[in-house]
Write a protein of this length. Sequence first.
Length: 254
Amino acid sequence: MPTQLLSGKSALVTGGARRIGRGIALVLAQAGADVAITYRNSEAEAAQTAHEIESLGRRALAVKCDVRSEASVRRAIAATTGCFGRLDVVVNNAAVFEPVHLEGITLDQWDAVFETNARGPFLVAREALPHLRTAEGRIVNIGSLGGMKAWAGHGHYCASKAALHMLTQAMAKAFAPEVSVNCVAPGWINVSDPTGLTEPDARAGDEARSFAARTPMRRNGTAEDVAQAVLFFAAGPHFVTGQILAVDGGLGLV
């Protein structure tokens, strides 16, 4: 068991039922935090992840939440603080991703991506802020290498993550000195679901191998890589704020 860096603290991970979110939730629990996770459709996966958190000796809460909805976010924050009595760390992980050529993106597709990827973190952070200020807590947003490097086939996704990166820095200035706000920006992450409750990542295969070959570290990232970067911001120096940390094995240098 790692050092209990977050002992006595609680965390909320949006979209924490599976994949990267699940990895983040488990690492925070391993570090000693009680962890709430939100889910929208993945109820079975959320229950399984909550069970795994509890098996680590931590309290867990799975809350159905649509991060696009102000009322739903407000209920999730209230449920988390009601269960744990405090809120120290918020990880804005919930996001949507889809490949579409830029000229083919519909207005509905554009709005749907921004509603989740940019508006969602804003709503969650705003509603959690009073609790985080009391706790001198942390916000960690999950951005993307796509918010730093243009991907022609993912224009709306890239734009939404670039917006989140800028929102991170605006929050860091606005919420200081009580709350530090940082962002982890993953590159290509191989995600599988060890619970066996969902299908393997659809992007795996030849494309994943191609990205690994192009990456200076000669492999793709894992959920654990992302989670450990989140843990640094969640438990490291409170003085570090407004940073965008690429977790990409050097892929952004190519």
